[in-house]
Design a binder for this molecule. Structure first.
Ligand code: KG4
Ligand code: ZN
Length: 357
């Protein structure tokens, strides 16, 4: 079964074709980073307009890469939420129009479910992620930072999440305070590699509580206070030290809390996903600590970690097989049903029939 996936929840327009085994046949992403960079963050109205401009081209480009083109597509999956509603409306409208005119099944996908299943994507026939259920997943991106226990494609339990800022958001805000560009994550990551964390130490958030929650607002505020006291470093060496100190604290909190989650639920398998999973400090510390704790660590390639439509197509294929298609009445939702604490079984509660808000 080949599923065409469409993603438009934030600032990437994506289209991809993936089958139920995770094999990726086409994967196209049009990024809007340059469009939003002058504003230092995503502007929802501009995002929706750019999705409108791009969606047809991106879908066409994906279908051109697929042997047999449109005729080879069996079903259409689309990100239903959470995300910017104006942006989601573009993707869901395009998907509905295609499903209706081609008379193919349509399925709405929770964007976070997509991120959590991304490690199963395969870009070569012989690729094997070496991962099986259940596993613990850390999803850390610009909009979300949370830990989940994943028992199957449709049984996902929220274990803990951030009380305030997402990890990527904290990176972006800290970079802005330091007068660096957008998005700040990759810039701070590169700088941190050249800095000395002990020259600019920050407290590791939430480590005394020993729970499974995160908090990054305090770390961002600590950077702001330091700049108020001493001014932003004027040379690259000084900036690198602050970046290294920030990164050491952020990454330590992400890794230790994830390891605690694995121990607490008794599952020695950890997946890192979301844009922040690209972070070199996070990858290095997670690799070393998981090795010590005998936890198998899986980090999907960068293109599967950041927003993409392949993960949406794959999650859609699983949902279609397990629960069947949605109707053309499918409506986008901005808030995340996965945020509700607790276990969600195969009864459809994971993605409510009538989305909240
Ligand atoms: O998953 P993603 O592409 O989009 C969503 O937020 O859904 O994640 C983007 C976020 C941004 O906040 C960006 O600064 C952060 O991921 N990011 C990084 C790195 N690369 C991207 N954060 C830290 N280190 C990186 N190398
Ligand atoms: Zn995302």
């Amino acid at each position: 079964m080949k599923v065409l996936g469409i993603e438009s929840s934030c600032d990437e327009t994506g289209a991809a074709v993936v089958d139920e085994t995770g094999m990726v046949f086409a994967d196209v992403v049009a990024s809007q980073i340059a469009l939003h960079a002058p504003y230092g963050g995503v502007v929802p109205e501009l995002a929706a307009r750019a999705h409108m401009k791009n969606v047809t081209h991106v879908v066409r480009a994906a279908l051109e890469k697929l042997e047999g083109g449109l005729a080879a597509v069996d079903a259409i999956a689309v990100t239903q939420g959470p995300g910017l509603v104006g942006a989601l409306l573009v993707g869901t409208s395009a998907a509905k129009a295609m499903a209706w005119s081609l008379d193919k099944p349509l399925v709405g996908v929770n964007h976070l479910e997509g991120h959590l299943l991304a490690p199963f994507l395969r870009r070569r026939e012989d690729e094997d992620p070496g991962l099986f259920f259940p596993y613990v997943a850390l999803l850390a991106s610009g909009g979300h930072t949370a830990l989940y226990r994943v028992d199957s494609p449709t049984e996902i339990e929220l274990l803990g999440q951030t009380r305030d800022d997402a990890a990527g958001e904290a990176y972006d805000k800290a970079a802005k305070l330091l007068g660096l560009g957008y998005p700040g994550g990759p810039i701070l990551d590169r700088l941190a590699a050249r800095g000395d964390a002990s020259a600019s130490p920050f407290a590791v958030p939430m480590q005394k509580k020993r729970g499974l929650e995160f908090s990054f607002a305090g770390l961002k505020t600590a950077v702001a206070r330091q700049i108020e006291r001493e001014g932003a470093p004027s040379d690259e060496a000084g900036l690198a030290d602050v970046a290294a100190g920030f990164q050491a604290a952020a990454v330590r909190s992400l890794v230790e809390t994830s390891i605690r989650a694995c121990r607490e639920v008794g599952v020695p398998r950890l997946v890192l996903t979301g844009g922040v999973a690209a972070n070199s400090g996070l990858r290095a510390l997670a690799t070393a600590r998981c090795d010590e704790e005998e936890i198998a660590l899986v980090i999907p390639p960068f293109s599967s970690c950041t927003d993409n439509a392949a993960m949406i197509a794959y999650a859609g294929a699983q949902r279609l097989l397990l629960r069947g298609p949605d109707t053309l009445g499918l409506a986008p939702y901005s808030r995340d049903p996965l945020r509700r604490r607790g276990r969600f079984g195969a009864d459809g509660a994971l993605i409510p029939r009538r989305p909240p808000g």
